[in-house]
Ligand binder design. Structure first.
Ligand code: AMP
Length: 128
């Protein structure tokens, strides 16, 4: 069965798309730690990031870099944290999270609750 992230790529489940090319897709995390918290995934359905072939992994990091630059400009954060957890959804993904201190990347913290309009505005700003 397709993962929830593959179903997002296929358009079967809605997402707040940030970027897409032939191999990768980026969209806002629905339970964000901060405004701009984005997930980057390969379209290829692979569970564990380091099971990706070298060329795809390289491409994914470069794809994530472009988005991280946009997140930084959008949020004015000091850095964009790059986090790989991946136990909840069995489809490789990189979290990109605006951060000003290490506390901003504590996944046990309460997540932001944003309205659909806020999500749409953030995704639109990151797509520009
Ligand atoms: P993890 O596998 O631990 O990296 O967590 C998976 C992440 O995917 C969590 O931060 C979820 O909030 C996020 N997530 C799960 N389903 C969706 C969805 N349909 N749209 C956006 N983000 C999602």
């Amino acid at each position: 069965m397709a993962t929830i992230f593959s179903r997002i790529v296929a358009g079967e489940i809605p997402s707040y798309k940030v970027a897409e090319d032939d191999r990768f897709y980026a969209f806002l995390d629905i339970n964000p730690l901060a405004k701009g918290h984005t997930l980057v995934i390969p379209k290829q359905e692979v569970d564990y990031l380091y099971d990706l072939d070298d060329e795809t992994l390289q491409g994914m990091i470069l794809f994530a870099k472009q988005i991280a630059q946009k997140i930084k400009a959008f949020s004015g954060c000091k850095r964009v944290a790059t986090v790989v957890l991946g136990l909840e959804v069995p489809h490789a993904h990189i979290h990109l999270i605006p951060m000003n201190s290490e506390k901003d990347v504590d996944f046990s913290r309460e997540k932001l609750i944003l309205t659909p309009e806020e999500f749409a505005e953030i995704a639109s700003a990151l797509r520009e």
